[in-house]
Design a protein around this ligand. Structure first.
Ligand code: AMP
Length: 300
């Protein structure tokens, strides 16, 4: 079942305590679509400048990602983000953001894209996310991501968005900021009351929590020693989760739980190298293998 994602496409520069990489392929929609592409056909909608190399598009196409919605704006530059990880490799500081073409991003969905049944609004302005929702008339499951910038600067639009989406994915610091509550269990329930039918709080190396009116649970991260670059872990978690839901054409509670587990194992590969470098080396069977190990780890 086709899955539509709208979000940032970027050049990332990343500093970790041990390594540094400049201008590598990144962006929320890129990590999301590459991860989801293991499960289902993905349609990516985003914008880049004329500094975008064709080989990046080809890499996405090799994973059956439809890039017809990737708009190239002549005379402008692609979105750039620079971040630095603290020694714990969980917390990071944003050093530079150059919105460039992404600052004027006004996505217009094609007729085919408007009919997609599964929709992910990757991290971006809630104003833009609302515009996409207006166009996505075929969506039976709409899930969004957000971040501190929008919680602070577009709070009213974010609250409108929450009334219209089925699920929200955000990280622990963002959940605390949004609810002004340090207790994540209370924060998760408070966010459910703001509108979304379910809420997923990502906790980096500590896994993810799920909240709905009917259930609350926590799944640990897949234990991996090799953490090279955590950038994109959150987006590839969401990609694995939504990709599995779209593959199964379902979002009942049992499928959602397994989708969370797939999201967790997908993210565990992403962090093992920079950019998409680790994901590029794996196949669907590697995700299934790790899922088996994860399942065995959790059964007692
Ligand atoms: P994650 O590590 O999963 O939270 O997401 C990292 C990705 O988010 C990077 O590849 C960045 O290019 C992208 N990103 C950073 N800041 C923004 C922003 N303000 N809007 C959209 N995407 C962003």
């Amino acid at each position: 079942m086709p899955l539509l994602v709208v979000g940032s496409v970027a050049f990332d520069s990343v500093e970790t305590p041990e390594h540094r990489r400049d201008s590598v392929l990144g962006g929320s929609a890129v990590y999301f679509s590459y991860a989801a592409g293991y499960f289902t056909p993905v349609r990516l909608v985003g914008v880049v400048g004329d500094d975008w190399p064709q080989e990046h598009t080809e890499l996405l196409n090799q994973r059956s990602i439809d890039t017809s919605g990737l708009q190239v704006t002549k005379g402008k530059k692609t979105f750039r983000w620079r971040g630095k990880y603290l020694p714990n490799m969980n917390d990071r500081e944003t050093l530079e953001v150059h919105l460039n073409v992404f600052g004027d991003f006004d996505p217009v969905l094609s007729e085919e894209h408007r009919r997609s049944k599964f929709l992910f609004l990757a991290n971006g302005s809630p104003r833009v996310q609302l515009k996409v929702l207006d166009q996505a008339i075929g969506a039976s499951l709409a899930v969004a991501d957000t971040m501190d910038l929008w919680i602070r600067e577009e709070h009213d639009e974010l609250m409108q968005l929450f009334q219209r989406i089925d699920g929200l994915v955000l990280n622990d610091a963002e959940a605390k900021l949004l609810t002004d509550d340090e207790n994540l269990v209370r924060a998760g329930h408070k966010i459910c009351k703001m509108g979304p039918k379910f809420v997923v709080i990502k906790k980096g190396e500590h896994g993810a929590m799920f909240f709905s009116d009917y259930e609350t649970y926590v799944l640990p991260a897949f234990p991996t020693e090799r953490v090279v670059d955590p950038t994109g872990a959150g987006d590839s978690f969401a990609g694995g989760m939504m990709g599995y839901l779209a593959e199964k054409k379902s979002f009942d509670p049992v499928t959602l739980k397994k989708a969370m587990a797939y999201g967790i194992v997908t993210a565990s590969y992403t962090v093992e190298d920079f950019s998409l470098d680790r994901l590029r080396t794996i196949e669907r069977k590697d995700l299934d293998l790790r899922l088996d190990q994860y399942e065995r780890m959790l059964s007692f």
